[in-house]
Design a protein around this ligand. Structure first.
Ligand SMILES: *[C@@H]1O[C@H](CO)[C@@H](O)[C@H](O)[C@H]1NC(C)=O
Ligand SMILES: *[C@@H]1O[C@H](CO)[C@@H](O)[C@H](O)[C@H]1NC(C)=O
Ligand SMILES: *[C@@H]1O[C@H](CO)[C@@H](O)[C@H](O)[C@H]1NC(C)=O
Ligand SMILES: *[C@@H]1O[C@H](CO)[C@@H](O)[C@H](O)[C@H]1NC(C)=O
Ligand SMILES: *[C@@H]1O[C@H](CO)[C@@H](O)[C@H](O)[C@H]1NC(C)=O
Ligand SMILES: *[C@@H]1O[C@H](CO)[C@@H](O)[C@H](O)[C@H]1NC(C)=O
Ligand SMILES: *[C@@H]1O[C@H](CO)[C@@H](O)[C@H](O)[C@H]1NC(C)=O
Ligand SMILES: *[C@@H]1O[C@H](CO)[C@@H](O)[C@H](O)[C@H]1NC(C)=O
Ligand SMILES: *[C@@H]1O[C@H](CO)[C@@H](O)[C@H](O)[C@H]1NC(C)=O
Ligand SMILES: *[C@@H]1O[C@H](CO)[C@@H](O)[C@H](O)[C@H]1NC(C)=O
Ligand SMILES: *[C@@H]1O[C@H](CO)[C@@H](O)[C@H](O)[C@H]1NC(C)=O
Length: 558
């Protein structure tokens, strides 16, 4: 826009005044509305920090620090409100209507054969009626699951058994990610030429149907040609390889926004996300490709070693495949290599605009034509935090692309497996202990209210005896909850250790990402999985509000 037409007449000035007064009123009014929304806004799950709550927090304080990093921040898929617009279901689901239709087709076929159902006495897994029986059975049993597609049933281990595989999604997960299950079924002879299921195996029991899901593909780790990571199985639904720019010409045609490492490095994960999404938001605003460092430093609080640990892969925690699909990103290593290569091979170097302070706003960079805009963060803390770029005026036009950041599919596979092993039929309690329980000044009753006896008494009023009870907790002592075993089938995260042990799929896949070295299942992953399993329970009992009257953030904060 051009700021032309300088007004000199009084009438013009009056008009300007009028307009600016009007604008100011509108501004005040919208601030008021925003404040009211911010105050009355209740995150759907009080245990989890929510983006709006964080926004409020950050706009309040200038030198923001993330104090309570023990809770996990919601990621894009949790924050997704109603409109799932860009994520239309890729396939239609198997509903009763669909089943009836295929049943009709089968009936028409058999009528022409004038069959007396004799062939049903030998279970034939290729018979479409086998699949129909399974589809009906699943639909009746798993109400929280959407069934997307079935594989052709295959023989089980015995004559009357078949293994059936399918893909599904959980209604509680707002992303359209698909998961797979395969179970073993034993069939009997039903009425009217149908099969009847007499026994159904548990989660992932149909080993023979498993094979059809898996592709043997070559290792796709960052370093090419590592002999230790020979061809291996990987989840055929995860494709989070690092994209290359292809040719140098492609590199030169691009426009990049490059953030050097700043003061956020090795801070908590919430700050990481807040900062990362600021950078990505600026890149989207500037219509540039964001250069991202996939190497994450995990803060000490999440590490069993109690030290900051560098060299964690972004893909352990987040869904890089989804990010690639919805945003323009390039990996830092690839980018730097191409940049150097170009500068070495050409007289005219790549045009770079260096920006040394966050005080240069994104709007000021909008017109810049340089191939690379390089933001450097060399000032002392807290001037060197990435998110400071998005403060002040910039907060009005930079939007953090929350939809781009989902949790890692590999972690979600573990979540799905735990929930699946309980057949999605479980209740859960979240028990906050740890440092908060020790701090009697800020949380005077928490320790007592989360003691085994108090828990048992409280839960008896809320959860029926002998239900599956999943306990999401930061209490490190495994046997702490033994008392509850007299009333409930207790499940703890550590009961599912084999899901990340050295024989697990997760282990194989993360090892591949890590150049063949094993990856530790760290504290952040634990919290992420614990949270998500909790979230899938039928009845959920929270520590704050349900178990204790203490406030989540200490005395007098609620
Ligand atoms: C932020 O930090 C700077 C330097 O540490 C300090 O001078 C300033 O007063 C702080 N601002 C607030 C609002 O605390
Ligand atoms: C089955 O046969 C009936 C009558 O023969 C016909 O009306 C119907 O459309 C057929 N259904 C299918 C799915 O072929
Ligand atoms: C099993 O059913 C399929 C499809 O109905 C049929 O082609 C096949 O011949 C049957 N096999 C046996 C052993 O009956
Ligand atoms: C499945 O089992 C039936 C007999 O129960 C047998 O006739 C058939 O060949 C088997 N199919 C496969 C693919 O092994
Ligand atoms: C079997 O067919 C008869 C007659 O068509 C019907 O009355 C009965 O409900 C059917 N049974 C089942 C289990 O579908
Ligand atoms: C795996 O890599 C080898 C050589 O690197 C190649 O010959 C083979 O076709 C690849 N296999 C697949 C499934 O891509
Ligand atoms: C994985 O995704 C990339 C694009 O990001 C694509 O080029 C590649 O073909 C995909 N690989 C597989 C095995 O689907
Ligand atoms: C964004 O950049 C791409 C190529 O770099 C260009 O084709 C597109 O028109 C740009 N969009 C806007 C809104 O500037
Ligand atoms: C897995 O870990 C166990 C001990 O935790 C060890 O005995 C075993 O050798 C390991 N297996 C592999 C394949 O690394
Ligand atoms: C993990 O990889 C090893 C060796 O490549 C393989 O033998 C094992 O079956 C894999 N485990 C899983 C659960 O995929
Ligand atoms: C936990 O507390 C919330 C808020 O008071 C309430 O809505 C919910 O029903 C309680 N949960 C149980 C299981 O009682």
């Amino acid at each position: 826009m051009k700021e032309s037409n300088p007004i000199t007449e009084p009438i013009g000035q009056n008009l300007i005044k009028l307009i600016s007064n009007l604008c100011f009123s509108v501004f005040v009014f919208s601030v008021l509305i925003f404040t009211v929304i911010a105050i009355t806004y209740q995150p759907p799950d009080p245990w989890l920090e929510s983006a709006p709550a964080l926004t409020k927090f950050f706009t309040k304080t200038e030198n923001a620090t993330f104090k309570d990093d023990s809770s996990i921040l919601k990621t894009g898929e949790d924050l997704q409100a109603m409109p799932l617009a860009p994520l239309v279901p890729p396939v239609s689901s198997i509903t009763e209507v669909v089943i009836e239709k295929s049943e009709e087709e089968v009936k028409n076929m058999t009528v022409t054969e004038k069959s007396d159902c004799d062939e049903l006495r030998v279970v034939n897994c290729s018979d479409p009626r086998v699949l129909i029986a399974v589809e009906r059975f699943n639909l009746r049993l798993f109400k929280s699951i959407v069934f997307l597609e079935y594989q052709k049933p295959v023989n089980g281990s015995k004559a009357n058994e078949c293994d059936v595989g399918w893909r599904f999604r959980n209604k509680k997960e707002k992303s359209w990610r698909k998961y797979r299950d395969f179970r073993r079924f034993r069939f009997g002879y039903g009425e009217n030429c149908t099969y009847k299921i007499v026994r159904a195996g548990g989660w992932h029991s149909g080993f023979n149907a498993r094979r059809s899901f898996r592709n043997r593909v070559n290792a796709t780790s960052r370093s090419v040609g590592n002999p230790k990571v020979a061809p291996a199985f990987r989840d055929d639904e995860i494709n989070d390889t690092i994209p290359t720019l292809g040719s140098l010409t492609n590199f030169r045609k691009g426009k990049y926004l490059y953030y050097s490492r700043g003061g956020d490095y090795c801070k908590g994960m919430n700050q990481y996300m807040w900062s990362f999404l600021c950078g990505l938001g600026e890149a989207i605003y500037l219509n540039r490709t964001f250069v991202m460092d996939l190497s994450v430093c995990l803060a000490a609080t999440y590490n069993p070693s109690n030290k900051d640990e560098e060299g964690k892969d972004f893909r352990y925690y987040f869904d890089f495949e989804h990010l690639k699909e919805v945003a323009s990103v390039v990996e830092e290593g690839e980018f730097l290599r191409d940049w150097k290569k170009w500068d070495r091979g050409h007289k005219r170097k790549v045009p770079v605009k260096k920006v040394v302070t966050h005080k240069v706003t994104p709007a000021q960079l909008k017109k810049d034509k340089s191939t690379i805009i390089w933001r450097q963060f060399d000032s002392p803390e807290p001037e060197n935090y990435w998110y400071r770029v998005c403060e002040g005026q910039a907060a009005k036009y930079i939007q953090r692309p929350w939809h781009a950041l989902w949790k890692s599919k590999r972690l979600m596979n573990i979540v799905t497996e735990i929930s699946g092993q309980m057949d999605w039929d479980f209740d859960a309690v979240h028990v906050v202990r740890g440092e908060k329980a020790q701090n009697k000044e800020l949380w005077p009753h928490l320790d007592v209210d989360t003691s085994p006896d108090a828990l048992l008494t409280k839960l008896q009023g809320m959860i029926h005896p002998w239900r599956n009870l999943y306990i999401a907790t930061n209490e490190p002592f495994y046997n702490y909850f033994d008392k509850l075993r007299s009333q409930y089938k207790v499940h703890l995260l550590d009961d599912y250790k084999e899901l990340w042990s050295n024989t697990s799929e997760w282990y194989n896949e993360t090892t591949l990402l890590n150049d063949g070295r094993p990856v530790e299942f760290d504290g952040y992953m634990r919290v992420a999985v614990d949270t998500e399993v909790f979230y899938r329970a039928k009845t959920r009992v929270e520590t704050f509000y349900n178990l204790t009257k203490d406030c989540k953030d200490g005395v007098n904060t609620c």
